[in-house]
Design a protein. Structure first.
Length: 393
């Protein structure tokens, strides 16, 4: 055990089983540990480092803003948050933005907005329908929204007002809808739940149902947004528009930030109804604005699409070679491979030993979510390591 691992077990709450590596430096798609070993990073801070590690435009925006103005509270106008709001609105179908510090907080805000909407427009409706296998965050209300027993069981009783139904079933949503329902919240593709992809027409049907019933469709694009699936937002690929969209992970290329966005038709908050001390502060907003501007101006979402297709093709080649690979799935640069046995933890360790960081999304599946700036060369390198590791199974 290294000195740092010893310090962790002595001082830090043990809420996660860490990979036994202490990372001290990153650049592009690479990170280095405290012993100088280099790794190709296909985890990217859990789909966060959209422009890779310490990208120059992000580092520069942070450094300049840190010398200029870091935090003043939302009692005052500050410029970076307005620039960020403008670029988000100009490049999405939503009209207004609220900036938070994390994904869970963005979803909390979205659900508060939906309840406010239900109060005003649907006779006090407050229930939110979400999907089994979903992940919406770790706050008490978001564990109730996240339809996974492992996240809910330790914290019973759950916050009321959330109904978990089968994913990818419009009928399940229809039968759970009552006159108390104010919204449906869904991930366009379930990330943490295992990279689960719904049928192409699922979201369209949900959209139609929400319109028919006058309830809000909240898309949780915290993992799928900001280019990850090959378009700036995933909803573009499913030809639907949400009433509310939540964002976080990739927005700031590494700085802690979240956001929820709303169409004018559902923009029901009035002053005093929602807020945040740190949310939207100039420091993180400068980094997020620089990230988004770079992503948009340099076609980074399209790069994720192209490189993602190449990566998927190369994973399919591996599947052709090894019969214990039962599935290759995902879109853009959010991909997973599944096995017929629970070998993901061992494979993760073997990849690590060969200089590749991957994520074990389920006991029998690995997830890949590299920075969006990678090229086919990095994919070939990762495939080379994976191939070597799989050959030893
Ligand atoms: C990561 C994630 C969240 C939670 O974000 P935090 O920043 O960890 O609170 C919520 N929803 C989805 C889809 C996510 O992937």
């Amino acid at each position: 055990m290294s000195k740092w691992q010893g310090m962790e077990s002595k001082y830090f709450m043990h809420t996660v089983d860490r990979v036994p590596v202490t990372l001290v430096k990153g650049e592009g798609a690479r990170v280095w540990d405290d012993e100088g070993r280099q790794y190709l990073d296909f985890v990217a801070g859990w789909a966060v480092n959209s422009l890779g590690h310490c990208h120059q435009v992000v580092a520069q925006a942070l450094a300049e803003q840190a010398r200029t103005l870091i935090q003043v509270s939302n009692q005052f106008y500050t410029i970076p948050q307005l620039q960020l709001a403008e670029i988000l609105v100009q490049h999405s179908c939503l009209d207004k933005v609220f900036i938070s510090n994390s994904g869970a907080e963005a979803n909390e805000g979205a659900v508060k907005l939906a309840r406010r909407y239900g109060k005003q427009r649907r006779n006090g409706a407050y229930e939110v329908i979400s999907a089994n296998g979903s992940f919406h965050g770790r706050t008490l209300s978001m564990v109730a929204a996240s339809g996974q027993a492992k996240h809910q069981q330790p914290y019973l009783p759950l916050s009321p007002g959330f109904i978990n139904v089968e994913y990818n079933s419009i009928d399940a949503i229809k039968s759970a809808t009552t006159d108390k329902t104010c919204a449906v919240i869904l991930e366009p593709l379930q990330g943490e739940g295992g990279v689960n992809i719904p049928d192409d027409d699922y979201l369209k049907k949900v959209r139609g149902w929400c319109d028919e019933k006058g309830i809000l469709l909240i898309l949780d694009e915290i993992q799928t947004g900001i280019g990850r699936l090959g378009t700036l937002f995933a909803y573009e690929q499913y030809a639907v528009e949400p009433d509310v969209m939540t964002l976080a992970k990739g927005v700031g290329s590494g700085v802690p930030i979240g956001a929820f966005m709303v169409k004018d038709s559902a923009n029901v908050f009035v002053p005093g109804e929602h807020g945040s001390t740190f949310g939207g502060n100039p420091l993180v907003c400068a980094a997020a604005y620089a990230t988004l501007k770079y992503i948009i101006e340099n076609g980074i979402a399209d790069n994720a699409k192209k490189v993602g297709e190449y990566f998927k093709g190369r994973l399919e080649e591996l599947r052709g070679k090894y019969s214990f690979i039962t599935d290759v799935r995902g879109r853009g640069l959010l991909l997973a491979i599944e096995f017929d046995r629970e070998i993901a933890a061992d494979l993760l360790k073997a990849c690590l030993g060969n200089g590749l960081l991957v994520n074990r999304v389920k006991p029998d599946a690995l997830r890949f979510m590299p920075p969006l700036i990678i090229g086919n060369g990095e994919v070939d390198e990762a495939i080379g390591i994976l191939g070597k590791v799989l050959a030893a199974v």
